[in-house]
Ligand binder design. Structure first.
Ligand SMILES: O=C[C@H](O)COP(=O)(O)O
Length: 236
């Protein structure tokens, strides 16, 4: 089971350091053998001494260069980071990243052997338009992606569930994850209003290989509880 925290534009460097130290201590003290990922804000990236996998929320597909406001591989190498989020709905729908740009990033970081958490998910209007339209939309997000890449992790995050407190029904999660598993053997995470009070139930569903958590992960003790749930499910 994979439990991932996307801290988005939250926590300072100091707070992130304390967060990761607390999580690392919890994982070690409780002999947790599940995979925990933390994606800090770019300003908080560093060489952390931890068993937790630290990943970048974003990077430009270059070693370095004239790309104002961006970081490149040079800046990730400095901290020994080899994990990255690509295609997150906020980068698609708020920051306007196109499938072409996302695919360029995917191929670039795949060539470098990065672990890629690749995000897909439909907006509400596509969900409401019915399964066929919803799947057409999601299928387009897989365009060009090497779904057999051995260091690929997929995160299904319905856009309308992100940050809203809304989640699909368990039956809907099971149905969409069944379909997405036909597209790639990669571990398949669910994301979108995962909280302490629903995380274990969601992680127990068929074809759910973990969760990608945003706002509910900002309190490290809550994220530690979700990691514990993952361990409990694995121990069953
Ligand atoms: O990357 C995380 C997802 O965007 C989910 O965010 P959320 O847990 O705040 O809904």
């Amino acid at each position: 089971m994979i439990v991932a925290a996307n801290l988005k534009t939250n926590l300072t460097r100091k707070q992130t350091k304390e967060y990761i130290e607390t999580l690392d201590d919890f994982v070690k003290t409780n002999h947790i053998n599940q995979e925990s990922f933390v994606f800090p804000a770019t300003s908080s990236l560093d060489s952390y001494d931890t068993d937790v996998t630290i990943g970048a929320q974003n990077a430009y597909p270059v070693q370095n260069g004239a790309f104002t406001g961006e970081i490149g591989v040079e800046h990730l190498d400095e901290f020994g980071l080899k994990t990255i989020l690509i295609g997150h709905s906020e980068r698609r729908h708020i920051l306007g990243e196109t499938q072409d740009v996302i695919l360029q990033k995917f191929n670039y970081f795949k060539e470098l052997g990065y672990t890629i958490v690749y995000c897909v998910g439909e907006p509400l209007e596509k969900r409401e338009a019915g399964v066929a339209e919803m799947m057409d939309y999601i299928n387009a997000q897989y365009r060009g992606i090497d779904t057999s890449y051995e260091r690929l992790i997929i995160a299904y995050e319905p856009v309308w569930a992100i940050g809203t407190g809304l989640t699909p029904t368990n039956e809907d999660i099971i149905a969409i994850h069944r379909e997405l598993k036909k597209k790639s053997p990669a571990p398949l995470l669910y994301g979108g209003s995962v909280k302490v009070n629903n995380a274990k139930e969601i992680m127990a569903l068929q074809n759910v290989d973990g969760v990608l958590v945003g706002s509910a992960a900002l309190k490290v003790e809550d994220f530690c509880q979700m990691v514990t749930f993952a361990q409990e499910l694995e121990n069953k």
